[in-house]
Ligand binder design. Structure first.
Ligand code: 0O2
Length: 227
């Protein structure tokens, strides 16, 4: 979890040497707004996580197994937010973050079987407080490197003391096999202390193919037990 509080501390310490009171107050206010926005994203993430836990509970009562193996949540780090705004030539402001970035709050749902992914996505999207903003089905249409996952960008209201705010959350749903692959691929690609060779890329593609085959075979076997 990125440490937003420490970001605030660093800024405040950094600017405590500044002599311009107006500048100090301006920065403190901006920092406060940023921390507040991050906390709203955290609330939205909690709402979505609870919805998945409820669906998991209901499904396990009906089918005697869990469609969710694990859930991971993450708030984008300050560095990643600033990097993304810069890469996309977007203004560096609180408003710009909220308007332009859809993946500040991220939730990853890991399921045993591919069918679970779709069952959960459909059940979530049926709920009347959820609005689908974007859907990318990299399971039906894997990326050229072999990456598979179902991505949803949704909005959800959070209810605060005085207001209701609509927040965006990125949801990634994938199987254990897809997650295994994606975690290794991310590590191989982004760790900078060696060269990511074309041979490694090919090998990874082959692993992606094998993991898709494994998902298919396991799903077929599961179906026999659930007839
Ligand atoms: P992080 O740190 O995981 O958040 P966009 O966000 O819309 O500007 P894009 O690429 O169009 O960018 O979005 P997309 O395709 O929905 O992918 C967003 C996230 O999916 C990535 O976030 C990764 O988490 C994951 N992802 C997408 N493609 C791959 C891939 O080929 N390999 C792996 N391992 N993960 C992938 P970030 O921002 O890259 O990183």
């Amino acid at each position: 979890m990125p440490n937003i509080k420490s970001f605030q501390d660093v800024l405040e310490k950094e600017f405590s040497y500044a002599t311009d009171k107006y500048a100090i107050n301006f920065l403190k206010e901006k920092t406060k707004d940023f921390v507040k926005l991050m906390s709203y994203y955290r609330c939205a993430m909690m709402e979505i996580e609870t919805k998945f836990n409820v669906l998991n509970e209901e499904f396990s009562l009906e089918h005697d197994r869990n469609p969710i193996s694990s859930i991971k949540t993450r708030l984008k780090s300050v560095e990643s937010i600033l990097g993304k705004l810069e890469r996309k030539s977007l203004p560096n402001s609180i408003e710009s973050i909220e308007d332009n970035l859809n993946d500040i709050a991220g939730i990853r749902v890991i399921c045993p079987f591919p069918d679970d992914v779709y069952i959960l996505a459909e059940a979530l999207l049926k709920q009347d407080d959820i609005t689908l903003i974007e859907k990318k089905d990299y399971i039906a249409n894997p990326k050229s490197n072999g990456y598979r996952s179902l991505h949803l960008i949704v909005s959800i209201p959070i209810f605060l003391k005085e207001e209701k705010r609509i927040m965006k959350v990125e949801i990634q749903l994938r199987t254990i096999a897809m997650d295994f692959w994606a975690t290794l691929e991310h590590r191989l690609k982004y760790k900078k202390d060696y060269v990511f060779t074309p041979e490694m890329e090919e090998e990874l593609k082959e692993c992606a193919f094998m993991s898709a085959e494994l998902d298919k075979k396991m799903d077929n076997l599961r179906k026999i037990t659930e007839k």
